[in-house]
Design a protein around this ligand. Structure first.
Ligand SMILES: C[S@@+](CC[C@H](N)C(=O)[O-])C[C@H]1O[C@@H](n2cnc3c(N)ncnc32)[C@H](O)[C@@H]1O
Length: 194
């Protein structure tokens, strides 16, 4: 399989990087949960050359991630390993930051809950969790487009858009320190392990 492409990655990678450059400036190792095509990793890693970027996802996505990394290698970019929340144990990498984009609304509700718990339990104190995607606020959609998207997601076997309040309840030990408004009715949530 060759490189897969996601147009949403192309649109959101610069606004996401602008935030990551700031909040990850003192971090050493980042675990990316659900690297998908691999586009985000190859774009972010060379811009964040002070840290090591670990990619992960289901094995079915590794060929694309590997193909992107082969074409755009970066000294600080690690090849993917198999990791799915709800299927695999937490990896034994001493990460001080975690990044995930557009995974929370894709995974089943139980897995979204498990992800918040796993991150809270395994991220070292002071560690940062950056979570990008569409989220609801106080039980409300942030746009009509997100309401329609949520219906589509649920009809197609995904868990759907989660409310920031429920993520906060599930991630006991994580403190939401920033809720950055992003283009296209998305947020970049910045959590700190405390
Ligand atoms: C919409 S894609 C987003 C991919 C990429 N992060 C991006 O922003 O383009 C959703 C990703 O979530 C991953 N995913 C789904 N369920 C997951 C789980 N239980 N644990 C980890 N990743 C999961 C999928 O394999 C897929 O790569």
């Amino acid at each position: 399989m060759t490189k897969q492409s996601s147009s949403s990655c192309e649109r959101n990678q610069k606004p996401i990087l602008d935030v990551l450059s700031r909040v990850l400036k003192d971090r050493k190792q980042v675990l990316e949960i659900g690297s998908g095509t691999g586009q985000h990793a190859v774009y972010f890693a060379p811009h964040l050359s002070h840290l090591l970027w670990h990619t992960s996802d289901d094995k079915s996505n590794h060929a694309s991630i590997n193909a992107w990394i082969k074409e755009f290698p970066s000294r600080n970019l690690q090849l993917p390993f198999e990791f799915l929340i709800g299927k695999h144990p937490w990896p034994s990498i001493p990460v001080d930051a975690i990044f995930t984009a557009n995974t929370t609304h894709i995974m089943a509700k139980d897995n979204a809950k498990e992800m918040m718990k796993m991150v809270a339990d395994n991220l070292q104190k002071g560690g940062i969790f950056c979570q990008y995607g569409p989220f609801n606020l106080d039980g409300n959609y942030t746009s009509e487009g997100n309401r329609e998207f949520d219906i589509y997601l649920k009809q197609n076997g995904c868990g759907g858009i989660r409310d920031i309040n429920e993520l906060s309840e599930w991630g006991t030990g994580l403190r939401l320190i920033e809720k950055v408004v992003m283009p296209a009715n998305n947020f970049l949530l910045i959590w700190e392990s405390c």
